[in-house]
Design a binder for this molecule. Structure first.
Ligand SMILES: O=C(O)C(=O)C[C@]1(C(=O)O)C=C[C@@H](O)C=C1
Length: 297
């Protein structure tokens, strides 16, 4: 089995893959590293990986926009989530006095904004494809430092000049595990529900509602008063707990959005089916991204 992730070695994405491998007790897994999130994501469609793990949101910086857009644009299924604690360090080959350039993934730079402004106001900030890519470069040039993990420091033989430099101690990134949409995806199960035929899912028996999450994208073509309220009302009426709601520009015009909604429950639960059927009548597009086990720390 090949799992795709953002590389090179030492990225937080690799950490997420390792957690996935441990929790699923997988052996004989190869990690395929990609230069950016888009390539890692699309690898499942291009059959370069069986599963890909990509970041979707961070507790300090919010959504990873490219992942949200790709979920809308492509036929993939979310099969799981992984939450990784992010502890950024300032890494370099030499001492702090030599640092002229600080490199990291844009998320890494943004999560350490206060630190950078306070201690390195003169440094040039440069973004890289990943935190580990930044560490690899810092290993080559003394005047460059990287914001990356302690594991990246080990990988590229860098000194940890300062640990835990993110603006808040509590810093977590949520990743999703994807596979290409195939047979028995949540979307197809729902299509069957709409035709009132018997559906089959890979949901384990006897699992509680909150043990699972379902992710959907909703698009309301014609902006009308109360449209979003009606959708949220359908969840409230059936006492379904939303875990996230996020809007993302549809890119058609200013002020036009897709809504990404995560909620507790599995697509094969009767109440979820009923709620989604109801929502389908209120929206122009309803895309079901998947039902998957909620991450437990
Ligand atoms: O650059 C990495 O190491 C990544 O895995 C990417 C990523 C992200 O895109 O959010 C993952 C976790 C951290 O929030 C910073 C960067």
């Amino acid at each position: 089995m090949i799992i795709g992730a953002l590389g090179p070695e030492g990225s937080y994405s690799e950490k997420a893959v390792q957690i996935w491998i441990l929790r699923h007790r997988l052996d004989s897994v190869g990690i395929q590293y990609f230069a950016d999130i888009e390539d890692a994501f699309l690898a499942v469609i291009q059959k370069k990986s069986d599963l890909s793990i990509v970041p979707i949101e961070n507790s300090i910086e919010g959504s990873v926009g490219v992942t949200l857009d790709l979920l809308h644009e492509n036929g993939v299924e979310i099969v799981g989530e992984i939450v990784v604690k992010i502890e950024h360090c300032l890494l370099s080959k030499g001492g702090p006095e030599k640092i002229k350039v600080i490199l990291s993934h844009p998320q890494g730079l943004a999560q350490c904004r206060h630190f950078l402004k306070k201690y390195f106001p003169e440094a040039e900030l440069r973004s890289t494809g990943s935190t580990s890519h930044a560490a690899r470069l810092a290993g080559e040039f003394e005047e460059m430092a990287a914001i990356a993990s302690p594991e990246a420091a080990e990988c590229y033989r860098l000194k940890v000049l300062l640990p835990n430099i993110q603006d808040r101690k509590q810093n977590y990134t949520r990743f999703i595990a994807l596979r290409a949409a195939g047979k028995n995806t949540a979307e197809q199960v729902f299509e069957q529900v709409l035709c009132d035929t018997e559906e089959k899912t890979n949901r384990p028996e006897n699992s509680s509602h909150s043990a699972f999450k379902t992710s959907i994208i909703v698009y309301l073509e014609k902006d009308r008063p109360g449209a979003l309220y009606e959708i949220l009302g359908a969840f409230a009426k059936n006492k379904i707990n939303l875990t996230r709601i996020e809007s993302r520009p549809s890119k058609k015009e200013l002020g036009d959005y897709h809504f990404y909604i995560d909620f507790e429950g599995h697509i094969s639960d009767a109440i979820i089916k009923e709620t989604l059927k109801d929502i389908k009548t209120k929206t122009d597009t309803l895309k079901i991204l998947g039902s998957y086990p909620a991450f437990k720390a």
